[in-house]
Design a protein around this ligand. Sequence first.
Ligand SMILES: C[S@@+](CC[C@H](N)C(=O)[O-])C[C@H]1O[C@@H](n2cnc3c(N)ncnc32)[C@H](O)[C@@H]1O
Length: 303
Amino acid sequence: MLCVKLKRKDLGLFPRNLINTDYEFVFLGDYVLIPVKMRAEGYTIEECNPPRKEKGRKLRDLMPGVRSFVVIGDIALVSPKKDVDKAQLFQAIKQLERRVRAVYIRRKVSGELRINELELAGGEPTTETVYKENGLLFYVDISKVYVNVTLASERAKLSRDICAEKPGKLLDAFTGYGPIAITVAKRGCYVIAGDLNLDGLYMAQKSARLNKVQHLDLVQYDAHHLPFRDKAFDITIADNPTKGHEFKDEICRVSSKAVFYELARGEREAEEKIGKTQWLRVNEYSKDLFVFKGLITCDDISS
Ligand SMILES: C[S@@+](CC[C@H](N)C(=O)[O-])C[C@H]1O[C@@H](n2cnc3c(N)ncnc32)[C@H](O)[C@@H]1O
C-alpha cells in the first residue's frame, strides 16, 4: 500500500481525489501518512500499512458483485447483474436488514402496468407488505403494481408545491397504488386518482383508510380515453415517464395544466416529446436516461 508523507499542517492542501478513503490516516509526530490510490507527483511516497476504516458493512462485502438492494416494508428487492446463489443472497441481506422477511430478485420491470418480474431468493413467499414513506403508510403487493421508493422525496416535494398553489380540481392520472395522490390528499387537497391497474387502485383504497385520507376519489380507466369532460381539471399529474407523451393530448383535453414526468436523455428531448417548459432532472433511470419533470400550460403546447 502506498502513502504520501506530509507535514500535518499541509494536510488540508492535499488533493482529496487522490486519497484512498477505505483506509485511515496514520499520524506520526508532526507528519501524517495519507493512503493514496496512485503515485502522486511532487510528493514524498512511502510504503505503508494503514488500518482499514471500520464502515457499515455493505451488501457487496458479503456478496461480491451485488451492489445494492431496496427494502420495501419487510421485503427486499435486488437486481443483480449476474447469476447469484439465492440462499447466500438471502442470508447476506438478512445479516444487513434483520427485519426483512423475503428477498426477491427483480428480473425486469415490464408491460404497460410497469410490474416487476420477481423470483424469490429466500424467506417467506409473500409479496404483500406495508411500508412507510413521508410519514404515511402504504399497503403494496409488489407482484401486482409498480413500486419505486427512491422517488419518496420527489413525491413529498411535488405534493408540497402543488398544494401550495391551491390547485382547485386535481387529477393524478397514473396513480398506481396511490403514493402521489395520498400524499397530496393528506395535505388537504382534493384529488381524483386513476389507473388502468385495478389491483393498484384497491391498494390505494386500503392505504387511504390506513392514513385516514378523505379528499380522494379513485377511478379505473384507460388514460387514452379519460372519462372526464374537457378542462374538468385545473391540473393533472402525469407520472408515466416511459409513455407520458402518448397521453399528452388526452391529458391536455381534460386539464388546463399538467405536470409531466418524462424519460429523456436531456431537456431538449423532453421538450420535443411533451413541450416547451423548464424541465428539471429528478431521477436517473439508466446510464444516459433520466426522468425529467415539467409543468406544462396546455394552451401553450400544440401536438
Ligand atoms: C411509473 S408508474 C407510476 C405510478 C405512480 N404514479 C407511482 O408513483 O408509483 C405508471 C403507471 O401508469 C399506469 N398506466 C399505464 N398505462 C396506462 C393507461 N393506458 N391508462 C391508465 N394507467 C396506465 C400503470 O398501471 C402504472 O401504475
